[in-house]
Design a protein around this ligand. Structure first.
Ligand SMILES: COc1ccccc1COc1cc(C2=NN(C3CCCCCC3)C(=O)C2(C)C)ccc1OC
Ligand SMILES: [Zn+2]
Length: 366
């Protein structure tokens, strides 16, 4: 009947739209992964990872059965929690951004298939089972995880351990076809890339990248900046590539960036609520009663994101320029909101008791 036909047509159109979105992950920066999440019954990671690993021919190269990869990545996706920010959509976002940047011309003929496999695998699993609180919170509350990992990269150790434990789930061992040497190198690379997503390593990333750019400037003869024979340099670049992908929200189209901002703020605010309920000192910027979202984004861009991406873009020019342009335009927009926000608050300063203006969420940028 008509209702049934309408329902099927709608379902068919959604699947066609989903297939087009997933196809666009091959070569587009800023795919709307929230849309992929909605259309894929909340399985964006499984859909996009399967597509990208097949598109890169990784499954064939390492004789990995598609069903085995499907079972593994589904098991990983199921272990991502429904946090506002650190969830399976964020993992898909970092995976797709890493895939995109591995295609930069400066990396042509640099990485082996095993290195590409390890980097994308690390991106997909890098926040699995994230509890939605920071390392510092886990340390301050003497959590089991902090005790287990002696306060050192607590979350990141947990993510990579759980990822390798998942390989031993029935039918999930995607590494079973690797030989001993490959398995050993793969494991070393994945551990180092996931541990390098710890924000406490952020300054070291910048230092290593500056050194690499400086060496290239001095040895101007070397056309390709990266020596494919230097495994250590290549591993550092893969660490920075995934770390940059992890900090790429402000370099995405504004409507996506703003959704990530709302999500991280809600996640940090929930941590602030927890800290209040435990009579702990509320972490900076985590107090929902007293936060200025635009100002924290300005600080995040100026002191965290831009310093990293500025040096990364120097190493990866010219392909990084369009992405840096998005960061610049987003920063201009945020700055304009700070001004408007200040004007709004100035308006409140006429001794008006009612601090909240009528909708009460003037801080949340839409
Ligand atoms: C320092 O920035 C903030 C603080 C509180 C609210 C908002 C911000 C800015 O907005 C973002 C922040 C992050 C992150 N910040 N940090 C850490 C947290 C601990 C403090 C010290 C270093 C930074 C992370 O690990 C991640 C990568 C999850 C990710 C996306 C953001 O916006 C889209
Ligand atoms: Zn992450």
């Amino acid at each position: 009947n008509d209702v049934e036909r309408l329902r099927l047509t709608r379902k068919l159109n959604m699947n066609i739209f989903l297939a087009q979105l997933i196809e666009s992950t091959n070569d587009t920066w800023g795919v709307d992964l929230f849309e992929v999440d909605a259309l894929s019954n909340h399985r964006p990671l499984t859909h996009v990872a399967l597509h990208l690993f097949k598109q890169r021919n990784i499954l064939k190269q390492f004789q990995i059965r598609e069903l085995t990869f499907f079972k593994f990545i589904s098991a990983i996706e199921a272990k991502y929690r429904n946090n506002p920010y650190h969830n399976n959509i964020h993992a898909t976002d970092v995976l797709q951004a890493s895939h995109h940047m591995l295609n930069f011309s400066v990396f042509k003929n640099v990485f082996t298939e095993l290195e590409v496999f390890a980097a994308l695998f690390a991106a997909a699993v890098h926040d699995v089972d994230h509890p939605g609180v920071t390392n510092q919170y886990l340390i301050n509350t003497n959590s089991d995880l902090a005790i287990l990992y002696n306060d050192e990269s607590v979350l990141e150790n947990h993510h990579v351990t759980l990822a390798f434990q998942t390989l031993s789930t029935e039918g999930c061992d995607v590494l079973s076809t690797l030989n001993r040497k490959q398995h050993q190198m793969f494991r070393k690379m994945v551990i180092s890339v996931v541990l390098a997503t710890d924000m406490s390593k952020h300054i070291q990333h910048i230092g290593h990248l500056k050194t690499m750019v400086e060496i290239r400037r001095l040895s101007s003869s070397a056309s390709s900046i990266i020596d494919p024979e230097n495994a250590e340099d290549k591993l550092q670049i893969l660490q920075s590539l995934v770390h940059c992908s992890d900090l790429s929200n402000p370099l995405k189209p504004l409507n996506l960036y703003l959704q990530w901002t709302d999500r991280i703020m809600e996640e940090f605010f929930r941590q602030g609520d927890l800290e209040k309920s435990l009579n702990l000192e509320v972490s900076p910027l985590c107090d929902r009663e007293n936060s200025n979202i635009c100002k924290s984004q300005m600080g995040f861009i100026d002191y965290v994101v831009h310093p990293l991406w500025e040096i990364w873009s120097r190493l990866t020019q010219p392909d990084c320029q369009p992405i840096m342009d998005i960061l610049e335009s987003n920063r201009v927009w945020i700055a304009s909101q700070v001004l408007t926000e200040d004007d709004k608050h100035d308006g409140d300063d006429d001794g008006d008791d009612d601090k909240d203006d009528d909708d009460g969420d003037d801080d949340v940028i839409r």
